[in-house]
Design a protein around this ligand. Structure first.
Ligand code: APR
Length: 228
């Protein structure tokens, strides 16, 4: 079977990484427009760096959980493509092979002069004064609000051709990622796993909603998918 998995912050919540919305969400304590937009970077790059340095520190201290590992197991039985909105590297560290990061990677930096110059960050800190090989300041390799999402076209192509779309731990409030759920073929089954009820998808009869924690529900789903 061909399976695409769209993941959001909820899959990493039980690894200790904060989600964005809802109670105790990251956006309760920070203003998006002051830390996660190109305007914020132009106005106060030091503040933006500090925000991502803090989050990078948390990501480096976190470990993949049972949901990440179950998705690796799924690869033994099916063709699996992960499409994640997460900027953490927990899918990689768990061992998943095919991963698209729609919103970039917090463990990488990129040139402010040439977006194709991307580097791995050693440790947690990216500083003002850290420069690319062309001499321009390095920024976090993150897609900020208001910026294009270069990987979205690949993701749309992928979800159009799958038998199953598994949507885990995302509020589906941020586009274009949220729109992927509506790009699938009418025959494609969709399974949504979330601790809270989201989106009804009422127009698509093929949607199954499972309310629960990713670390509990994903291993169960993977067990069931093994025999299909
Ligand atoms: N298991 C399953 N779902 C969970 C869990 C869990 N343990 N914990 C939380 N959730 C669910 C929440 O109910 C919520 O619906 O995960 C979802 C997280 O939603 P958001 O915080 O909005 O995160 P996400 O959808 O990934 O955000 C999208 O917004 O700010 C941007 O760039 C950021 O990539 C991010 C994008």
């Amino acid at each position: 079977m061909k399976i695409a998995v769209l993941t959001g912050a909820g899959i990493s919540a039980e690894s200790g990484l904060q989600t964005f919305r809802g109670n105790n969400g990251l956006w309760e304590g920070y203003n998006i427009y002051e830390v996660a937009t190109p305007e914020a970077w132009n106005k106060n790059p030091t503040l933006v760096q500090e925000f991502y340095n803090m989050r990078r520190k948390n990501v480096l201290a976190a470990k993949p959980n049972a949901a990440h590992f179950a998705l690796v197991e799924l690869e033994k039985y099916h063709q699996v493509q992960i499409i994640t909105q997460n900027v953490d590297d927990l899918h990689e560290r768990a061992g998943s092979k095919n991963i698209i990061h729609l919103h970039g990677k917090i463990t990488q930096s990129r040139s402010t002069l040439d977006p194709n110059l991307v580097y791995d960050i050693q440790g947690w800190e990216l500083k003002m004064g850290d420069k690319c090989e062309l001499g321009s300041q390095l920024r976090p390799h993150i897609v900020w609000f208001g910026e294009a999402v270069p990987m979205i076209d690949n993701a749309i192509e992928l979800v159009k051709n799958v038998d199953l779309l598994l949507i885990i731990g995302t509020s589906l409030q941020v586009y274009p990622a949220a729109g992927l759920a509506t790009e699938v073929d009418t025959n494609t089954k969709i399974i949504v796993v979330n601790t809270e009820k989201i989106h009804s998808f009422s127009t698509n009869a093929n949607v199954q909603f499972i309310q629960g924690n990713a670390t509990v529900e994903i291993p169960k789903i993977v067990e069931e998918l093994k025999v299909l």
